[in-house]
Design a protein around this ligand. Structure first.
Ligand SMILES: Cc1ncc(COP(=O)(O)O)c(C=O)c1O
Length: 441
């Protein structure tokens, strides 16, 4: 029957697990591969495992009754608008409110330059879609956000990593890399950077370097894409001034309500210079026609009626306590050769293992000991990161964090003993992008 209908053209599938279309995908789909560590994370999500892997915000801390009432009220009172298609650029009132949020980071912008997107992840996709031809260069910190690397791979960009230390991107490395690429005639489309409370690095670009990075990029004509979902989740003092605040024409700023409210609304945004904004709106329309009016209005209603600054403050306190629990536990329990960053905000600590240890090889043993982390190689496109791991403190409660570190420290100690007995194993990773899945983003 299938043969008849297809005139023998299409291979029959009949529930086979072999991909009958394997030779028909676009070249760009070749780079889309599920990480081999995904299966392990299915095990790691069991309740007995302490997961220091996931990047999920602790939405349980929200007043959920209030959210429920707000959503129900929205449907009852504004159903015909909330359940209708909206504009490609996003709800005008929400865009005004977004400008108010961005003012906390020194950004002075008009609603006309904001495009509301399905999380900042979609903003990343759209910006890549409008700028990247296969082979074009994107500069990104090494390590960088795994979801961005996945998007860049999907559009066949060539990612060139810029060195980062505990003060953020290293300006000399940026300048040298731009010079080398220019000399080689390789077109750089943009610098993708997470200057504040980096994922996965847990570090923040210091004030002096912010100006240097802006100057270097401006001189070289390199657009900056500033990804800033964690900027308002600092543990001390006032929010950092965004890069965009000091160069409206040279920076596309990406923001999100995923970490300051809830990722389930999927509301993020891009703030871009006019011409880029126009392209983004067209790309948005071709991707999804318009964002969900319902969730945009829900977020707008939340901002208009609830003490959202207070909510952010309480998230900051909650994450600060968890950060402290993680840092104290690492200090007290980790073997002395292990080092790590000390985040002043956000969700993540980036740890470095001693020579001869490989975090990906350690992961199955860690999961067997009921603790999980994300191995470092997924955050690079060049195979680096074998001795690194990302530890997140956003989701588990402080006692669980301490218990997780106790288990992990035991596993690492054993690994060090094995190394000392049998010598080093391979610590080289494989180049390529691994996407461990949204809950680990
Ligand atoms: C650095 C960074 N950018 C972007 C995103 C995407 O967030 P969302 O699409 O939920 O706004 C994340 C999520 O973890 C992230 O860490």
């Amino acid at each position: 029957m299938t043969e008849e209908l297809n005139h023998g053209q299409t291979p029959a599938i009949h529930g086979s697990r072999i991909d009958a279309y394997v030779d028909r995908y676009a070249a760009r789909a070749t780079g889309m591969v599920a990480s081999e560590i995904r299966a392990l994370f299915a095990v790691a999500s069991r309740p007995e495992v302490v997961s220091l892997a996931g990047g999920m915000p602790y939405v349980t801390a929200l007043p959920l009754d209030m959210v429920g009432e707000l959503v129900s009220d929205l449907v009852t009172r504004r159903g015909p608008v909330a359940l209708q298609y909206g504009s490609g650029q996003g709800d005008p009132h929400l865009r005004e409110q977004i400008c108010e949020v961005m003012r906390l980071e020194g950004i002075n912008a008009g609603a006309d330059d904001v495009v509301v997107t399905v999380g900042s992840q979609q903003a990343l996709d759209l910006i890549t879609r409008i700028f990247i031809d296969p082979g074009d260069v994107v500069l990104a910190e090494g390590p960088s956000y795994v979801g961005a690397l996945g998007t860049f791979a999907a559009y066949e960009a060539k990612v060139v990593h810029i060195a980062m230390d505990d003060q953020g991107i290293v300006p000399e490395s940026l300048a040298q890399t731009i010079y080398a690429l220019e000399t080689a005639g390789a077109p750089i489309k943009f610098l993708y950077t997470i200057p504040t409370f980096h994922n996965p690095g847990g570090v923040t670009l210091n004030v002096a370097r912010r100006q240097q990075v802006l100057d270097i990029c401006q001189r070289a004509g390199v657009l900056i894409v500033e990804d800033n979902p964690y900027g308002l989740l600092g543990f001390d003092g006032e929010p950092m001034r965004a890069l965009r605040a000091d160069n409206p024409d040279g920076v596309v700023y990406l923001g999100s309500f995923s970490k300051t409210l809830a990722p389930g609304f999927r509301v993020g945004w891009a703030l871009a210079p006019h011409a880029i904004r126009d392209k983004l709106v067209l790309a948005m329309e071709s991707a999804v026609l318009s964002h969900s009016s319902f969730t945009q209005l829900a977020v707008g209603q939340y901002l208009a009626t609830q003490p959202w600054r207070e909510q952010i403050k309480s998230f900051r306190e909650l994450y600060r306590e968890r950060r402290d629990a993680l840092l104290d536990a690492l200090e007290g329990l980790m073997p002395p050769e292990v080092t790590w960053t000390r985040p002043a905000g956000g969700f993540f600590v980036w740890a470095s293992l001693p020579e001869g240890l490989d975090s990906k090889a350690i992961l199955p043993r860690a999961v067997a000991e009921r603790v999980a982390f994300v191995p470092g190689t997924g955050f690079f496109t060049d195979g680096s990161g074998a001795r690194n791991m990302r530890l997140s403190y956003c989701y588990p409660e402080p006692d669980r964090i301490r218990e997780g570190v106790r288990r992990l420290a035991g596993v690492i100690e054993q690994e060090i003993q094995l190394r000392d007995t049998f010598g080093t194993g391979s610590t080289r990773g494989h180049a390529g992008v691994e996407t461990p899945g949204p809950d680990l983003a």
